[in-house]
Design a protein around this ligand. Structure first.
Ligand code: ADP
Ligand code: ZN
Length: 733
């Protein structure tokens, strides 16, 4: 921070601070006399009237001469937080690279790499300490027998947690402290590695496909990106575990990425069975302290293998040998707030740095990845066979016809009969419906008014259990109005179908069936996912019903029927990726059926059964889907043929948006080799109006360059609207 007076300072520190308005790569300069600082350490600095935390970017000695010429007196740093850089060279460079690639403030990139306890924000929580005891003075007094034993015990252990010491030696222990022979001191709380019995018997005799894939990866001695296209149930996890154990034998670290926290328990269990306790786990369900502890485990080399979701890609590895990204197509690998990074990009970047192998795996690879593998940019590996030899058979029910015959629009007779059959045989059923709540729409019968969220242009969903309307976009909830605000009649109609209503319907049809529902409403509590799945796995329920969170990765032997209630719901989205998402969902969901020794079946209910996404999924024909979808993308000029960058302007005030969008258009209209779509008005979210400009082009770097131009001008001219940039955006609504 600059103040306007002469002065003398011989060492400068350039510091990034958290500041929403200031220029991207802009550091603030402070006087660092008397400090030993290096890049990547955190410091406390004065900023305006406040004290905030920042990251040191650079330290520089300046001469007397330069000091005299310096236009300001520099404010000194208030304190140094870290004795060692929090981010090592690799992570620091990664932060710089992210800031450039995703056009995001550097500080936001550093922030997202660190567990919140270590984030350089002013409100960072404190590190939790624990009380320990140790001997501080040789004994020269006469002790009782008990005191003597306590003393010797501690002497043997050198240090003990105070709580553990007290458990054994409460009274004598306290006396020893009072006598000044034992002292209490504080140490940072560490994660406890639970002791798990390794279960070697789990190691199978490898199948031919598995052997081949492992050999292909093993052969490569240097960094390489592999795409493993392995159908559901082809034994990919076993491949990951074998490859991981080879790296660990070499003294390398392994990162195993999974898309969602709901899948971590299953993967963690298998990894722990193979590698014992020495596994770190990192996902959003951990609290700040737990995350910090897991982070330290890696940093201090206490573990060699990490299982985690998106943010685990930033763990402080220093000798990575292998990164596995399971279900690489999954949308949760992309972060939807600044910096909007894709975990795959980061994984590949780190893989290059460490000369490590990166294994992307999926039964339904993203179009981008498969296209790259097709071109030879990634090495394509294939496992086309299921371990148990058979794929589930798929039946499509054309809902238009079945409803016309008088069957229920919720579940067709075909699906009801199949459920009945499994219940009789004591097998298990999964029902998938991509919509939570009871009904998605509340409409007035007399005037047609639909209750919208007052903060977003989105219809409010009715949640019967809590008897409220909820906005699934912003979370706002309200009671159901007794009368229509428009025509004052009291005649509401509940339209559409959500998981709550489906559960109610299935329970009425099958009164004795034990049903578990899994959606965002039933999984808010910690470990809720884990407990629900465990309960289903152990056979405490017959039917598991839920949103897409149950479609992925589950490996439950007794499931022989998967019913997809609304197979083409995703096709109706106005998104270029809607067919891909539909294919993924159907294929992944059907992959949950018949994984054990029983033959599985899948029933897809759909209104548009001839769509290629549904047909290809029904025939488990990824390649054919890929080819058709690529043609469509080619015709429409969407990824992977073109790159996209989205700029969304938002503000409560429409004029601010217009002004910013116009300024952006003036800059962009002069640019070549790119197509500009928009500005297009988007629906309101959280009381903010929004508008999008989309850039399309063949040269990704060029697009980034153009958008950076817009962004810089946007900041320089102090535009009031907020500008959010998204490279390769997923959702375009
Ligand atoms: P994917 O991840 O490809 O869907 P999994 O790795 O979950 O498949 O494997 C499917 C099932 O096959 C699991 O129950 C797993 O324990 C089992 N399995 C894997 N490899 C073998 C093998 N070589 N021999 C026998 N069973 C295996
Ligand atoms: Zn809302």
């Amino acid at each position: 921070m600059h103040t306007k007076k002469g002065g003398n300072c011989l060492k400068l520190a350039y510091v990034f601070v958290e500041h929403p308005i200031h220029h991207l790569d802009h550091t603030f300069t402070y006087c660092a006399d008397g400090y030993t600082l290096t890049r990547g350490m955190r410091v406390q600095v004065p900023f305006g009237s406040k004290t905030i935390v920042g990251f040191v970017e650079k330290v520089e000695d300046i001469s007397d001469e330069e000091v005299r010429r310096f236009p300001y007196t520099l404010k000194p740093i208030i304190s140094q937080i870290d004795q060692f850089p929090l981010l090592n060279e690799e992570l620091y460079e990664l932060g710089n690279w992210m800031a450039q690639r995703y056009i995001a403030p550097k500080i936001s990139c550093f922030q997202c790499m660190l567990p919140s306890k270590l984030k350089p924000s002013s409100t960072h929580g404190s590190i939790r300490m624990e009380a320990w005891v140790r001997i501080c003075k040789q004994n020269d007094t006469k002790l009782t027998a008990k005191q003597q034993s306590a003393y010797e015990d501690l002497q043997k252990e050198k240090e003990m947690l105070r709580s553990v010491f007290y458990e054994k030696w409460k009274t004598p222990g306290k006396k020893l402290i009072a006598l000044g022979l034992v002292e209490v001191f504080e140490k940072e709380k560490k994660a406890i590695l639970e002791n798990i019995e390794k279960n070697k018997e789990e190691e199978f005799i490898l199948q031919e496909d598995q052997k081949k894939v492992i050999a292909q990866v093993e052969q490569e001695k240097h960094h390489r990106v592999f795409l493993l296209h392995g159908v559901t149930g082809s034994g990919k996890t076993e491949v990951f575990l074998r490859l991981a154990s080879k790296e660990i034998e070499k003294g390398k670290q392994v990162l195993l990425l999974v898309p969602e926290i709901s899948l971590t328990p299953q993967m963690v269990k298998r990894v722990k069975q193979r590698f014992g306790a020495h596994v770190a786990i990192y996902h959003s369900g951990l609290n700040a302290q737990e995350k910090y502890e897991q982070y330290q485990l890696v940093k201090e080399h206490k573990v060699q293998i990490v299982v985690g979701t998106r943010s685990a890609v930033f763990m402080p590895f220093d000798r990575l040998g292998l990164i596995v990204m399971d279900e690489e197509h999954d949308t949760s690998y992309k972060q939807d707030s600044t910096p909007r990074y894709h975990c795959r990009d980061i994984a590949i970047n780190r893989g290059k740095y460490h000369d490590a192998k990166v294994l992307l795996a999926s039964a339904t690879p993203s179009l981008e990845s498969y296209a790259r593998a097709h071109k030879g940019v990634y090495a394509l590996l294939q496992m086309p066979h299921r371990i148990n030899g058979n794929f589930p058979s798929v039946r499509i029910v054309e809902m238009r016809k079945s409803v016309a015959k008088g069957e229920s629009y919720l579940l067709s007779d075909a699906l009801l009969d199949a459920i009945y059959d499994r219940l009789q045989k004591k097998e298990q059923v999964i029902l998938l419906l991509n919509r939570r709540g009871y009904t998605p729409i509340l409409r007035c019968i007399s005037c047609g008014y639909v209750q919208m969220c007052p903060h977003c242009d989105v219809a409010m969903s009715y949640h019967k259990e809590e008897k409220v309307l909820k906005c699934h976009t912003c979370g706002y909830s309200m009671n159901v109005p007794t009368h229509c605000p428009n025509c004052h009649e009291a005649s509401w109609r509940y339209l559409g179908l959500g998981t709550q209503k489906l559960e109610e319907f299935v329970q009425i049809k099958f009164p004795d069936a034990r049903i578990l529902r899994m959606d965002a409403d039933t999984t808010t509590r910690k470990h809720a996912h884990e407990n629900l799945l465990k309960s289903f796995d152990e056979g405490h329920a017959d039917i598991l019903l839920g949103t897409q969170m149950i479609a992925k990765g589950l490996d439950i032997e007794k499931v022989t029927l998967v019913g997809i209630v609304n197979g083409d719901a995703l096709l109706n989205r106005s998104d270029y990726r809607s067919a891909e998402m539909t294919y993924d969902l159907l294929e992944q969901a059907s992959g949950r059926s018949g994984r054990g020794e029983y033959k599985g079946e899948v029933i897809i209910q759909a209104y548009d059964p001839n769509h290629y996404a549904i047909q290809c999924a029904a025939h488990h024909d990824y390649l054919s889907f890929f080819q058709q979808e690529m043609q469509y993308r080619h015709l429409t000029g969407y990824p992977p043929y073109r790159y996209l960058v989205s700029m969304v302007f938002s503000s409560k005030n429409n004029q601010d948006i217009q002004q910013s969008a116009e300024a952006a258009m003036r800059i962009l209209s002069k640019k070549e080799n790119c197509k500009i779509l928009g500005p297009a008005q988007l629906h309101k979210i959280r009381d903010e109006e929004r508008c999008r400009i989309l850039l399309k082009g063949k040269d990704e770097q060029l697009l980034i360059h153009y958008v950076k131009d817009v962004y810089d001008k946007h900041l320089q001219t102090k535009q009031k609207a907020r500008l959010d940039i998204d490279l390769s955006p997923y959702m375009l609504d």
